[in-house]
Design a protein around this ligand. Sequence first.
Ligand SMILES: NC(=O)c1ccc[n+]([C@@H]2O[C@H](COP(=O)([O-])OP(=O)(O)OC[C@H]3O[C@@H](n4cnc5c(N)ncnc54)[C@H](OP(=O)(O)O)[C@@H]3O)[C@@H](O)[C@H]2O)c1
Length: 328
Amino acid sequence: MQYVPLGNTGLKVSEICLGTMTFGNEADEQMSRAIMGKAFDLGINFFDAAHNYNKGATEEIVGRWIGPHRDEIILTSKIFFPAGGGRNDQGLSRRNIIQSTEKTLKRLQTDYLDILYLHHWDESADIEQTMRAVNTLIEQGKVHYCAVSNFAAWQTIKAISVAEAHNLASIVATQPMYSLLKRQVEVEILPLAAEEGLAVVPYNAIAAGMLTGKYLKDQEIVGRLNEVEMYRQRYEKQQYTEVTRRFVVHAQEKGYSPAALAVAWVKSHPVVTCPIIGARNLEQLQDTLGCLDIELDTAARKEITELSFDPPTATDREPMAAMLARGW
Ligand SMILES: NC(=O)c1ccc[n+]([C@@H]2O[C@H](COP(=O)([O-])OP(=O)(O)OC[C@H]3O[C@@H](n4cnc5c(N)ncnc54)[C@H](OP(=O)(O)O)[C@@H]3O)[C@@H](O)[C@H]2O)c1
């Protein structure tokens, strides 16, 4: 296992982060413990949780396992989505940030989170108040760093600007969706992260299972795309099926497992810090971790990228390089 800098924090994290979203749902407690144990034994020291995963059951499972390993693990959780059932148990209000994080710490049986992600932009909350609330938790030692997930570039830079203007703890990382099927982040988020020195910790690297090719073989197979409507809709476009088909053939030709190659492709982007992987059992974990043995150079990465389709540019005007090449 290699260890990489987490943005500018000075922390070193494993080149793969372990996602916990299946714990307490697809993976029961025994299987979740086996997955955490295997990942830890292999040197993974970066675990990703969220307060709303399986209504808090995920954090409880991690909390019952993590005790003896806590000092060695960089542990994250998140805040935004509804969790408690109450009208105000959601969003990025000061009230919810502080109360929900206290509950997260109890479930995780820990005194602090290494990273608290703002899980989504909240249109109804003033970002300055949000950053002040996280800053309070940081001053209390309950959270070490603030990060964002699913934020657009302008939302991220607004949070950073507000923090800097008011001398509050700023953003150290971003957690976007990123895979060969979903490349929107290449347009603005990744350049922003490079410019600001943010760590990039992408999720959905194998498109929630789609890029394994298993849905091409058996449309009725047990899996998230057949079990969760949000995911079915996310990947239902015909062009995703076509890219998957080309990608699976490419993986077979190169002798790689598609799951491993999909994660290796995300990992090979120069601005990506480490992808988060997820598994419902040890077989999936083992298969996906094959990514650790795949080194994609620029040419090999480009070959895979070309199986996909480029996202539209950030503005309709051509970039400066194109204008220069034309002689303005
Ligand atoms: N910030 C956010 O908004 C956000 C959103 C989602 C996830 N996350 C985090 O990122 C982590 C990973 O995300 P993800 O689970 O969506 O990533 P993913 O790697 O794209 O999908 C993982 C899923 O694909 C299937 N799978 C994995 N390996 C496989 C294999 N080798 N063969 C066949 N199927 C395989 C499993 O689902 P099935 O068995 O059901 O097919 C597994 O749960 C999560 O645990 C969570 O910590 C964050």
